[in-house]
Design a protein around this ligand. Structure first.
Ligand code: GYE
Length: 355
């Protein structure tokens, strides 16, 4: 599409959006229209899928941010966890001559060709959540997400402090890891943190297998881990939905989940911090939830708005995150680390949770 045609098509979209979004108010209509025309942007967003509550919240954040009322047209594509579908979606966005592409990549590898195509078409690409492993970083403009390795380190630090305070020796910890989607940055970081802590402290890491960040698959993985190992007392789940599946499997196998390993309970750890996981934490059914914030829309919008003003944007933007623990564990963790920044879960906190 040539420039003039793009302007005409955007004008049409804006005019219809003025009606749709009810963007009226007291300002003069033509002035307002002019303002919106100059800010009207079309965004193509290739989302991984809808495998978890985190993902659903991430999609909602993008849709709420890049809405008509904010001056955006969002073309959304759900790739159902398949990279081929993401590549096709990006090619479609290029054909449609969108202004920006947002990509939440399923795994890190395999993006060079299609990102080069976007670059050749002059369309900036903003990566969100997981990272891409490309030959040249100039194939994308910016990345927004979490420090997954650090999340894993925070969880392991808590596990060490808590179990030491309970007088449990390192070799008495029999851990299994239900991993995320293999090759996703979040899986790589969280797995690496656990493996290196297990090595450093001498924990018994019995087994690792992927639950693909999904509840049903993780329940199956937990079932087979329970058949293979009779002594599991810690389950490290790389997201909340995996923890829900693992808890279901543990209960069906007549194992009790809880905070007291000494009394034979199985300690479950998870990542994300969705409302449902915090509710499990409050009941003591999950021992620790390391937050991973899915509400990335506003940070991405800020980047796009800066780019529109031809300003410089950071190559990487990390979102700040917390660690949530049950009140009963906090005191013992503090024995070993008084500086520990832990948020104690409460009903009040859960009531205010946005996802
Ligand atoms: O933890 C999980 C989701 O990559 C951070 O993907 C993301 C992970 C998140 O499906 O729930």
């Amino acid at each position: 599409m040539k420039k003039a045609a793009i302007i005409i098509s955007r004008t049409i979209i804006v005019l219809s959006m003025l009606a749709l979004a009810g963007c009226s108010g007291n300002t003069d209509r033509s002035e307002q229209r002019e303002h919106l025309v100059s800010h009207q942007l079309t965004i193509g967003f290739s989302q991984v899928g809808s495998e978890s509550d985190w993902r659903v919240a991430n999609t909602k954040s993008m849709k709420d941010t890049f809405c008509a009322a904010n001056g955006y047209t969002l073309i959304f594509d759900d790739a159902q966890q398949k990279q081929e579908k993401q590549i096709t979606a990006i090619r479609n966005f290029i054909q449609q001559e969108v202004d920006y592409i947002i990509l939440a990549p399923v795994t890190e590898g395999g993006w060079d060709t299609v990102l080069q195509e976007a670059k050749d078409a002059g369309i900036p690409v903003i990566i969100v959540d997981r990272m891409v492993d490309v030959s040249n970083d100039n194939l994308y403009t910016a990345w927004v997400g979490s420090d997954f390795r650090r999340e894993g380190e925070k969880a392991c630090k808590w596990l060490r402090s808590y179990t030491r305070a309970m007088g449990i020796k390192a070799k008495e910890l029999h851990i299994v890891n239900i991993q995320g989607t293999i090759g996703a940055t979040s899986q790589i970081g969280r797995t690496e943190a656990l493996e290196s802590a297990a090595k450093k402290y001498g924990w018994d890491l019995l087994a690792s297998a992927s639950g693909d960040y999904a509840r049903t698959k993780s329940k199956e993985v937990m079932e087979s881990m329970l058949k293979a190992h009779g002594n599991i007392n810690v389950v490290y789940c790389e997201n909340d939905n995996e923890a829900f599946g693992a808890i279901e499997a543990l209960r069906q196998a007549d194992k009790s989940v809880g905070l007291n390993i000494r009394a034979g309970e199985t300690l479950v750890l998870s990542f994300d911090g969705t409302t449902a996981a915090l509710e499990h934490l409050l009941k003591g059914e999950i021992g620790l939830v390391t937050e991973c914030n899915p509400l990335q829309g506003p940070a991405v919008r800020k980047i796009i708005e800066t780019l529109e003003k031809e300003g410089a944007v950071p190559k990487q933007t990390y979102i700040n995150e917390k660690v949530f623990a049950h009140d009963d564990t906090v005191e013992s963790v503090m024995v070993h680390d008084t500086q520990y920044d832990i948020t104690v879960v409460s009903q009040k906190l859960i009531d205010k949770r946005k996802y």
